[in-house]
Design a protein. Sequence first.
Length: 367
Amino acid sequence: MELGKEYFGPFWKFITNEEITDVDYNGHEVWLTNIYNERYRVQSSYVEENITPAFVEQFTQRIANVVSRQFNKRYPELEAETSELRVTIVHESVARSGRSISIRKTPPIIRLSPKKAIQEAFCDEKILSLLVNCVNCKMNMIFCGMPGIGKTECIKFFSQYIPGNERVITIEDTMEIRYSVTNPGKDCIEMRVSDLFDYADAIKASLRLNPKWIMLSEARSKEVKYLLQSWSTGVCGMTTLHTDDVRKIPDRILNMMPSRQDAERLENDVYVGMDVGVLLETRSSGEEGKQERYISQIGFFSREDGKNRCVLAVQGGQLIEQQELKFLPEDIKRKMDKAGVTDVFYCEQLQKMLEEEGMVYEKNVDD
């Protein structure tokens, strides 16, 4: 399904602006979010003149007709999706400020690059090399943070380092990862869940399709149990989670279980199946009013000698003393050794990409 300018009217100028990621209307105001995670309000004169009640009604009816759905007090939520947009409309009977509209842009591009990550202080060269090495070592990774922080963008960026002959299966309700488009020629199956085919069904089905990687757009509920089970069979994976500290990831997962007994049974599996947790946050960029996203924490998980562990490698965007990384969990070290990684802070593959972008840095040498 594709929707053009005739559907979006006065919203269209925002949709075609490459720096805008989200367009939100709350019943009387329009707020925009850009690629720098800055949020600002559209001039009231433009809204009053163009986003009229008549237009909002017309826009809603057009979307409802396209998806063949009712929209009223009984059915107060309406959703539609194109190849690059996700539209959500909530009825004024439940949105007390007025009929609300959210338009999220999901273009099949990777906005982040190695050069951009370093220049925009998303992370430094060593942290970037560490994470790319984690992908090369086939570690299971969970990207966490608040909504809109760029977790899915991280999956898109780091998944490009997966070899093309390793089958990747993505599982989403809204197609945002777009692995087949951003990684042309690589082996990929993209699954979309629905009311009749949920996340648990998709994970179970994917295991019969010979995957090397399973990417879940977001871990939300009990389906995460099946994802962890797939990881324990040797399948690798990436997913996202809402939390504000990597050390809270295990508890966040366990709280998704339907009962305390289920959580207790799963606890050890969390530390066995999960390898790396990455927290994204924002901070002041130094320019007035501007915020920048950055990798705030990286933690490694393991279960050794009957104990569950989380070892922080990055805190506050900074590497913890490098010597301390010698005490990384043994199973993490084994994966590094098996992949031939002798320096976790240097990645030849990444170095070549940086050289192509005109950046060079020296390989780390231990004192």
